[in-house]
Design a protein around this ligand. Structure first.
Ligand code: GLA
Length: 387
């Protein structure tokens, strides 16, 4: 799929060429899981799956054509929008943020095409939010200099404030700012970012499992973390984020045993981002850190599934594979494996039939590298690639 598909869908729906096509990718997180909403570190990469949003000012005729969840078009007037629980909440929520970036929200015709699989834990919603906001900025002629810096925060507010899903800042930040050949190291307490060279191939394995309990379990974990932080602040009021507290402070806090395990994961996992970055720089093996992360998510954070555990064990045992772990929120979704290109290709070939034989459904697998974040692909009358 390309920007051309979004343009073509726009033209066939609205009878005109779009003013702009913007795009943004999905992501996988290499390490640092459930740390973002605890002020810790994360290390995502943008993947080679994107969402393209073609846009132009609307003449006021409201049309909506939905051909599939990954190909949609419609007219959006954010001045009259309320959350409805539908996919276009992501679009409305993002367009509403135009105002916070100094631009006037006006009715827009929008066509969306995407090859980020929805519901797989690869941040299809962040890709849609970031691409919509970026396209909207160009469409209404806002200052891109200012808008680009506010892109991730605006898209994040769309998700938390409008759509009403409470999550950390990792997904929108990776989708907005990741760069080709690099992982994005992000300090979620300050928003500081660093591009870490990452030229490797990653195998993504989607367990294609139902994620029915994910939202409620995610909220429960956030509540656990908030209670743990409050208990640690009794010991040391200067601690501002759970991920920055120490194992000693956690040991001294009066806290329920389940909350303690959740906090133990967060503190150790955030530290693993630093260790992983150092191992990458030194060319050291990554398997031990990936395994430690997965085990901590499985036992302390309890967000793995039997399918994810099986995939990680299978991957780890394969020749040419350094290690594997679940990626994203968990409770279903995807695992990643890191290793040599041939090792990962062989793993992809071997795991598909074995997974299907064990779990009764075919997994989705694909190889990816660290790709670019959000981009402006086409602007009326200009070739943005000429810069
Ligand atoms: C989801 C959230 C992210 C992050 C991960 C877990 O993907 O959207 O903000 O919390 O879970 O690391």
């Amino acid at each position: 799929m390309t920007a051309g598909h979004a343009s073509a869908l726009f033209a066939s729906t609205f009878g005109d060429a779009p003013r702009v096509v913007a795009s943004a990718p999905g992501r996988v997180n290499l390490i640092g899981e459930h740390t973002d909403y605890n002020g810790g570190e994360v290390l995502p990469i943008a993947i080679d799956r994107r969402t393209w949003v073609a846009m132009g000012p609307s003449d006021g005729t409201v049309s909506r054509a939905i051909s599939s969840t990954q190909e949609v078009a419609g007219t959006f007037d954010v001045r009259h929008a309320n959350p409805s629980g539908a996919w276009w909440d992501y679009v409305h929520g993002s367009l509403r943020e135009l105002a916070s970036l100094g631009a006037e929200p006006v009715p827009l015709d929008i066509a969306v095409v995407s090859d980020v699989p929805p519901g797989a834990g690869l941040s299809s919603s962040a890709a849609l939010e970031v691409a919509t906001l970026l396209g909207g900025l160009v469409c209404v002629g806002a200052s891109l200099m200012k808008g680009w810096e506010g892109l991730a925060a605006g898209a994040h507010r769309a998700e938390t404030g409008f759509v009403g899903v409470s999550c950390g800042m990792m997904d929108q930040t990776a989708s907005a700012y990741a760069t080709d050949g690099h992982a994005l190291r992000l300090w979620c307490d300050t928003g500081r970012r660093e591009h870490v060279p990452f030229a490797r191939t990653v195998l993504v394995i989607d367990t294609v499992s139902p994620r029915a309990l994910r939202r409620s379990a995610f909220n429960e974990r956030q509540a656990s973390c908030a209670r743990a932080l409050a208990a640690i602040q009794v010991v040391d009021p200067s601690v501002r984020h759970l991920a920055q507290s120490t194992p000693e402070q956690l040991a001294a806090a009066v806290i329920d045993t389940t909350d303690r395990r959740r906090a133990r994961h967060v503190i150790a996992e955030s530290a693993r981002v630093e260790a992983f970055t150092a191992a990458l720089a030194a060319g050291l093996p990554l398997g031990t850190l990936l395994r430690a992360s997965h085990d901590s998510l499985r036992t302390d954070y309890e967000c793995s599934t039997p399918e994810l555990d099986w995939v990680v064990d299978f991957a780890e045992a394969a020749e040419g594979v350094e290690g594997a772990r679940l990626t994203g929120a968990g409770w279903g979704g995807c695992a990643i494996a890191v290793g040599s290109e041939e090792g990962l290709q062989a793993l992809a070939d071997a795991i598909a039939p074995a997974y299907e034989a064990r779990w009764g459904r075919a997994p989705r697998t694909w190889l990816t590298r660290a790709e670019d974040g959000a981009d402006i692909d086409e602007v009326e009358g200009l070739d943005p690639l000429d810069d």
